[in-house]
Design a protein around this ligand. Structure first.
Ligand code: HAM
Length: 424
């Protein structure tokens, strides 16, 4: 019998994030946490998989659900799916746990979509995001958008464009979809075959088509703004006023239809102009009033956004913003007496809150010093035979600042922590 082919490589569309990039990754999530926690958002951790019905609420005809979901049957015969996003999970959490409103939460973690892979488009990708449940106030829309904007500012990104739209209330959206169906229906012969197929499932998505003739046909399509009810139009006006008050620039684009069906009223996307157009959407979100009710909860307003961590870091690369923090340690312990001293010294340093690393395998002084130099530490603590006998440690500066002579000195083993706290 032929041996099955063993493949230990990572699956298509996944990534290995190694240091120092992983430090930068954590740094980004840390900045996000600072921004949103200062605004009263609490951290939630939704499960990575849910009953598949939870995600059907994104729209069974959307690409995310119809084509890209990782669905499976578990050993108990349950139909489950890896989460393609986290809004539906957060809403499910809300319905199941009934927290007091307003419920303001944030999250960070991986999502899964079986997409065509390219740079910036992965099958496992990370998002950070926020959701607010129970508040129907256009100034909350402004707050939510502003928090994303302030986050980008904190990263040092300057080429981010906010694109805004209103999809209107549920009825508005339905009437608009009917109008589009009529319009595209009368041009169906000129549409691309992909758009013809999309039209049957979701006429709003045809507006997104960049194929051949489609662009010209889309240009003449009915405009969503003409289908907004007075309430929806007033809500949208207030959102724009609020953004102006905070001096956050935006473009209104009433062709902006997002890839998920739950949106109502305010929707938005952040585009990074430093990236190629195919994956320059670094974040997006909007209102989803109605979703809680669809999942069996009381009528509850909802709004939020998710920002792609992978793509945001690509945008940072393109703008030379938010570099990897200098990771590593402050102290490197070199022990040529066998390693027992290094063992206890590093433990002592760590307990005192000092970042430290060491060499292993009792190698030569020269070999250990080489590792010390590479570690990025500011000082080496050296324990050789003489030091060990005399109860001393040699402290040798590793990185010389300009004009400073690096002189090493010996200190008593018992004074090491105090001495380092004074000098580091
Ligand atoms: P989304 O637009 O599907 O919205 O995703 C948000 C962001 O996640 C995108 O702008 C993009 O940066 C990133 N992203 C999406 N798919 C991929 C991928 N395959 N590879 C890399 N990055 C990707 C949502 O997920 C909604 N849950 C947002 C939301 C929250 N709406 C309301 N609340």
């Amino acid at each position: 019998m032929a041996e099955p082919i063993v493949d230990y490589s990572r699956p298509k569309g996944t990534r290995d994030i190694l240091p120092p990039e992983s430090q930068r990754w954590r740094g980004l999530v840390g900045v996000f946490a600072d921004v949103v926690q200062a605004a009263g958002y609490g951290y939630v951790v939704p499960p990575i998989f849910e009953h598949v019905e939870v995600f059907h609420r994104l729209g069974e005809a959307t690409d995310v659900v119809a084509k890209e979901m990782y669905e499976f049957t578990d050993r108990g015969g349950r139909r489950l799916a890896l989460r393609p996003e986290q809004t539906a999970s957060v809403v499910r959490m809300f319905v199941e746990n009934r927290p007091a409103v307003p419920w303001k939460v944030w999250y960070a973690g991986p999502n899964f979509r079986a997409e065509n892979v390219q740079k910036g488009r992965y099958r496992q990708f990370d998002q950070v995001g926020i959701e607010v449940l129970g508040v129907d106030d256009p100034y909350l829309d402004v707050e939510v958008i502003a928090l994303a904007w302030r986050f980008y500012e904190r990263l040092g990104l300057t080429q981010v464009r906010l694109v805004l739209n209103s999809l209107g209330a549920a009825g508005d959206r339905g009437r608009y979809a009917d109008a589009l169906r009529d319009y595209f229906g009368s041009h169906v012969d000129a549409l691309s075959s992909e758009s013809r197929e999309t039209l049957a499932r979701n006429p709003l998505r045809v507006l997104d088509s960049k194929r051949g003739n489609d662009r010209d046909i889309v240009a003449g399509a009915p405009r969503l703004r003409d289908y907004l009810s007075p309430d929806a139009a007033a809500h949208f006006e207030t959102v724009q006023d609020g953004l102006r008050a905070l001096a956050i620039p935006f473009d209104v684009d009433d062709r902006l239809v997002r890839g998920l069906d739950y949106y109502r009223n305010t929707t938005f996307e952040f585009a990074a102009d430093a990236l190629d157009a195919a994956q320059n959407a670094i974040g997006g979100g909007g209102r989803y009033d109605g979703l809680v009710e669809e999942m069996g909860g009381p009528p509850t307003a909802g709004i939020g956004f998710a920002l792609g961590v992978d793509r945001t870091l690509l945008a940072c690369d393109a703008e030379s913003a938010f570099g990897a923090p200098l990771a590593g340690v402050d102290v490197f312990v070199v022990d040529t007496t066998g390693g027992r001293h290094a063992l206890s010294l590093t433990d002592e340093l760590w307990r005192a809150g000092i970042r430290a690393d060491r060499a292993y395998e009792n190698r030569s002084m020269k070999a250990q010093m080489k590792v010390a130099d590479r570690s990025g530490a500011a000082v080496a603590l050296i324990v050789g035979g003489d030091e060990a006998e005399a109860g001393l440690v040699t402290l040798r500066p590793l990185r010389r600042r300009d004009g400073e002579t690096a002189t090493q000195r010996q200190i008593a083993r018992a004074d090491v922590i105090d001495e380092l706290k004074r000098t580091l």
